[in-house]
Design a protein around this ligand. Structure first.
Ligand SMILES: CC(C)(COP(=O)(O)OP(=O)(O)OC[C@H]1O[C@@H](n2cnc3c(N)ncnc32)[C@H](O)[C@@H]1OP(=O)(O)O)[C@@H](O)C(=O)NCCC(=O)NCCS
Length: 179
């Protein structure tokens, strides 16, 4: 398992708590935040409760999630799901709108990628996916050194429309070279 707490100064990644519900609701009820995410809109208190419960109940052997916190307040989240048979990790991330554009997710996702490759020497590849219109997220992947591998057309049905997904990946060899 990866560490339960990861220091990405000035942020700390830590496990979700039930007490994070209100903080998650505060940023997830922003329609700009949900715009490219397959989550309910409007986003309710019950949605935030279900989300936190699901994060707490994840099987940490294969799927770990952290609240991104500043001064212990949850301002976003990051997770990685492992397919150990194929030695792949799939990451996801988000952060509240007031914190956009400060490089935080590039920093957090970069730290998670480093931690995953260092912790699991056989892990061969890390990938991530975004709605093709989510240019900020695709830029994050580019800054992480990920290679754009493909566009899956109309691959997901979200709130009444089929959306294209772009998948990006980073091989261990590429990660090692970048370091
Ligand atoms: C996408 C998201 C995670 C990015 O987080 P962030 O902390 O702002 O990301 P960073 O600051 O590390 O990098 C963002 C980059 O995208 C760029 N960017 C922002 N909006 C952009 C746009 N509309 N078009 C192109 N680039 C854009 C920024 O300029 C920055 O690149 P730069 O460093 O070269 O200037 C954040 O906006 C978010 O949480 N959005 C809502 C949830 C979401 O979409 N999550 C991702 C699901 S795949």
């Amino acid at each position: 398992m990866l560490p339960k707490t990861i220091n990405v100064a000035p942020l700390i990644l830590r496990p979700y708590r039930l007490a994070d519900v209100d903080a998650v609701l505060a940023f997830a009820s922003d329609p700009e935040w949900t715009r490219y995410l397959p989550v309910p809109q409007p986003y309710t208190h019950s949605d935030a409760e279900k989300f936190i419960a699901a994060q707490i109940l994840l099987d940490e052997e294969t799927h770990q999630a952290w609240a991104i916190t500043q001064n212990d307040k949850s301002i976003g989240g990051v997770n990685i799901r492992f397919d150990f048979h194929n030695q792949i990790g799939v990451i996801g991330y988000s952060i509240a709108r007031p914190y956009w554009g400060r490089g935080f997710i590039t920093q957090v996702a970069g730290a998670l990628i480093d931690t995953a490759f260092e912790t699991y020497p056989d892990l061969n590849r890390i990938r991530a996916m975004a709605d093709a219109r989510n240019h900020a997220s695709l830029r994050v992947m580019e800054k992480l050194g990920m290679v754009r591998e493909g566009r899956l057309r109309q691959n997901r049905y979200v709130r009444g429309e089929f959306i294209d997904e772009v998948w990006c990946g980073l091989l261990r060899s590429e990660w090692a070279t970048r370091r």
